[in-house]
Design a protein around this ligand. Structure first.
Ligand code: SF4
Ligand code: SF4
Ligand code: FES
Length: 884
């Protein structure tokens, strides 16, 4: 614990840790010192001088080092001749700070008058007006009038696109540098910077495409004026017209807390609509940040393509019908299917919906499975993060291993938080088959060939004694840490590969010194704090695992589908879109298919009944993040007419089958989850809505004062969520040995069964040769990219402009040497011919040449309808120039 310092600010005596800045000490004492350039999440820069205060320090006898005393025995304090910046000055023992003297007030007036000399004062039409720190501080501390004439102002460009997402109004910029510092210090995307000097100073973007960063929207939040605005919100509404609805980002396992700002407007036919998305403060999850996908992808919920009426197939055509007819038809088929009913549930469904689907499957004696390409959740439910573990608190003493994951693409806010933990002193080990953005923060970067993931983990587990090249130093850092976190992903892996990797990660965690009995991996058992985190493809995959979606092996399920499944109930999943084969395994036996979704997906197009579901913006529910935090989201806009929430549709079908399923409210379903699922024991909606004071503090109800953060969306009044506890009962899932279940229904393919004892089942190339270019064959591996063409991204036109260097088009990436060998050039259209797949249905794709791609490998992004989600390893047999 650091040394404590006593000081006095405006007569208030306070004690704070050594090193605290005056501005923060004052905030803790409830005293606001006005700032512009300072931001508690950024390093102080001292650029604007708005925070000037008078500072007095104790004086000391130079000879003895003892404090000099006044006649009355009190310490002698000497004030400096000049004012000091509270944002760069740390506290010292006995310091006296004065923040409201005439000298300070005069300085603030001068600074504000100076800042406004070139400011356009177009508050009436400015997006920031109403929540603008410059506006608010001018009213609080400004001179009231300016001695500068309007004609003397320097006029600069007002609608400058820094990129497709962010616009700059040059004359509103007060040169505080928050945006530039955020991009370089926090996001590590130094793609904007200062250009020129004095009154010609301006912010410019250096990247192509402009402002090329996944975090760019955050700069509009922290800009203390209306200089930076998003293409989405600018001129869209005035802040005081907006209401706030708390929600969660549904796009990745981080579970970022967000606020939807909504208003009723004539332009939308008198409807309440979403005007913008802001981060909502949750220091243990996303702090005050979100990525641009979380900020801009919500438009899919407003798409005109949304389903609004149930459909049933009549005379071969999907035809609109009543809910009654559609539900009756589905229920009748489910009832008669019995054990031949298979439910496929997507990981973007909330807990309540997943729970009802499982109960329906149990009641009908059918099966319910999570539809995903990534396995290992039965291990994260036992070895995952538990209450109190927080990336924000990690530093020295913690070892973090990120394996087979490109966090920057898959879970951007985890990328930020892991990077920051490494900067605070945590030992970061990054193991991947290709370079990723986190490598530059890693104490140890381990490179393996695709398919060698388990061997690499084995080397770490056994202290680097394996034949694999994992450095012994990385292993030793791992084994000596007091806290260990492993994030495993599915870069280049399918279901079996990720299962084997998860097992290997679990072995590593379990074999740490002091980890306890492997069959009792409870939080109480181990001395080392450890956690296994899946970088899942969806927001609530972890929730699905916690709710028991791990009951069947891949082999069993594939057999079922081919032989016995008579009825398929596909909810929030699109297997035919993910794997667009003409002879899709799911179509074998011609099952009756019921699809419940937002859109007429490729799977819905093949269905017999289609049921329109509500979007998450229209209802409430809960997600469980990858860090096992159960969090609530609330309705932001009225439901699209004709749509119903998933949990209620399932309950209604159940009712017609004679089952008793809760469908009145999500809170009532959650009460059942809490009663039946031990990990959720004693949780309820009220608990999930509890909040606690957070630091840095947001300016109470008047966040519009915005002395620290600015913006209206940060306040979290609706709940911080609760992290699940780990099971204390003996481990029901053997972590080693024979006969274990994969426990998942995934994407079909030809992967061999996982076997961590023999990692040879990963044979990257069919002949077993090394990875080199052989004729036109390359090893195609599936990878995840943030902006894909999935149904929850593609409808947002803004994001279509940002998909790689060929926006929105399907792409693949390969090594320049391989490309040269194959005669392929950057940006060329090519066609992939997967072994055994119907090449006629493969679209043309753009070839990107990337030195980071290993030789002999081609990266194929998931969710671009390229059919790569099937097995983890696919051979590309042919690449034809300019095909398609
Ligand atoms: S654009 Fe905004 S955040 Fe960036 S320097 Fe100007 S005022 Fe500051
Ligand atoms: S990091 Fe993930 S949860 Fe957070 S805003 Fe981005 S996509 Fe959403
Ligand atoms: S110099 Fe302190 S806030 Fe800008």
């Amino acid at each position: 614990m650091s040394k404590l310092i006593d000081l006095t600010i405006d007569g208030k005596r306070i004690t704070v840790p050594e090193g605290t800045l005056i501005v923060d000490a004052a905030k803790q004492a409830g005293i606001d010192i006005p700032v512009f350039c300072y931001h508690p999440k950024l390093k102080p820069a001292g650029m604007c001088r708005m925070c000037l205060v008078e500072v007095g320090r104790s004086t000391f006898d130079r000879a003895t080092g003892q404090p000099l005393l006044q006649a009355d025995g009190k310490p002698q304090v000497q004030f400096g001749l000049k004012l000091e910046t509270a944002c760069t000055t740390p506290v010292s023992q006995g310091m006296i700070v004065l923040t409201t003297t005439n000298k300070v007030k005069a300085a603030r007036k001068d600074i504000l008058e100076f800042l406004l000399t070139s400011h356009p004062l177009d508050c009436p039409v400015c997006d920031k007006g109403g929540e603008c720190p410059l506006q608010n501080l001018t009213l609080l501390h400004g001179p009231g009038e300016s001695r500068f004439l309007f004609d003397e102002k320097k006029h600069l460009a007002k609608h400058v696109p820094l990129g497709e997402l962010i616009f700059l109004d040059r004359e509103r910029c007060i040169q505080c540098g928050r945006c530039v510092r955020f991009q370089s210090e926090l996001a590590d995307d130094p793609v904007i910077g200062f250009s020129d000097r004095g009154r010609s100073f301006e912010i410019v973007s250096y990247s192509d495409p402009g402002f090329d960063s996944y975090f760019s929207g955050n700069t509009t939040d922290i800009c203390p004026v209306g200089a930076l605005t998003t293409a989405d919100f600018r001129f869209g509404a005035r802040p005081w017209e907006l209401n706030a609805a708390a929600s969660l980002c549904p796009h990745c396992p981080v579970g970022c807390n967000i606020t939807f700002n909504v208003r009723r407007e004539a332009a939308s036919g008198g409807q309440v609509v979403i005007k913008r998305v802001m981060p909502r403060q949750n220091e243990a999850v996303n702090e005050i940040w979100i990525c641009d996908k979380g900020r801009f992808a919500y438009h899919y919920t407003e798409s005109k393509e949304r389903l609004t009426a149930p459909l049933v197939r009549k005379n071969g055509e999907l035809t609109p019908t009543s809910w009654d007819e559609a539900l009756e038809l589905a229920a009748g088929r489910f009832r008669s299917a019995g054990e031949n009913l298979l439910i496929l549930a997507g990981g973007r469904l909330p807990n309540e919906d997943l729970f009802n689907l499982r109960r329906l499957a149990d009641g009908a004696r059918g099966a319910a499975a999570l539809y995903t390409h990534m396995a290992g959740g039965e291990l994260t439910t036992q070895l995952g993060v538990t209450a109190g573990m927080d990336f924000g608190q990690m530093g020295k003493g913690t070892a973090i291993l990120v394996v087979a994951s490109n966090l920057h693409e898959e879970a951007p806010i985890w990328y930020l938080r892991v990077k920051q933990a490494a900067e605070r002193g945590a030992t970061l080990i990054v193991a991947n088959a290709r370079p990723t953005r986190l490598d530059r923060y890693a104490a140890h970067s381990i490179r393996y060939a695709y398919g060698e993931e388990p061997e690499t983990l084995l080397a770490l587990t056994h202290g680097g004694r394996s034949a694999n090249s994992a450095p012994a130093s990385a292993a030793s850092a791992f084994h000596s840490a007091a806290q260990v976190v492993i994030l495993f992903g599915s870069d280049g892996l399918g279901l079996a590969g990720s299962q084997a990797l998860a097992r290997a990660c679990a072995d590593l965690v379990i074999n740490l010194p002091g980890s306890g009995d492997i069959n009792h991996p409870s939080e109480a058992a181990g001395k080392v704090e450890r956690a296994l985190i899946g970088v899942w493809p969806h927001a609530n995959d972890q929730g699905a695992w916690e709710l028991g979606f791990h009951t069947k092996s891949t082999d069993e399920t594939t057999k079922d589908v081919k032989k016995a499944v008579k009825v398929l109930y596909v909810v929030a999943a699109d297997p035919f879109g993910d794997d667009p084969e003409e002879e899709h395994p799911l179509a074998a036996g011609h099952p009756f298919i019921v699809v419940q979704d937002l859109f007429l997906t490729p799977t819905a197009l093949r269905a017999d009944v289609v049921l329109p579901a509500q979007a998450f913006t229209e209802r409430e529910g809960t997600f469980t993040s990858g860090e096992r935090r159960v969090q609530r989201f609330y309705p932001a806009v009225p439901a699209r007419p004709g749509c119903r929430p998933d949990y209620a549709i399932t309950a209604e079908i159940g009712k017609r089958m004679g089952l008793s399923l809760e469908g009145r409210t999500p809170a009532a379903v959650f009460a059942q989850i809490s009663a039946e699922i031990p990990a959720f024991n004693k949780l309820n909606y009220r608990k999930l809505a509890e909040t606690a004071p957070q630091w840095p503090a947001i300016g109470s109800s008047l966040s519009r004062k915005g002395l620290y953060f600015s913006g209206t969306g940060y306040e979290n009044k609706q709940g911080l969520g609760v992290q699940l506890h780990l099971p204390l009962s003996p481990n029901p899932f053997p972590l080693k040995g024979e006969g274990e279940n994969i426990g998942i229904l995934g994407i079909w393919g030809s992967e061999a069964a996982p076997n961590t004892q023999n990692s040879n089942f990963f044979s990257p190339l069919p002949s077993g040769e090394g990875q080199g270019v052989r004729e036109e064959n390359l090893l195609a591996v599936p990878v995840t990219c943030l902006y894909d063409r999935g149904q929850t991204v593609w409808p947002s036109e803004l994001l279509r402009t940002r998909g790689g260097n060929r926006p929105g088009k399907p792409w693949v990436a390969l090594n320049p040497e391989d490309a040269a060998h194959l005669g392929i050039q950057q940006g060329q259209s090519v066609k992939l011919d997967f072994a055994g797949s119907a090449s006629a249905i493969q679209p043309a794709v753009i070839a990107n040449l990337d030195k980071g791609v290993p030789a002999g490998v081609i990266l194929v992004p998931r969710s671009f309808y390229l059919g790569i989600n099937t097995p983890s390893v696919v051979v590309v047999q042919k690449i034809t120039k300019n095909a398609g």
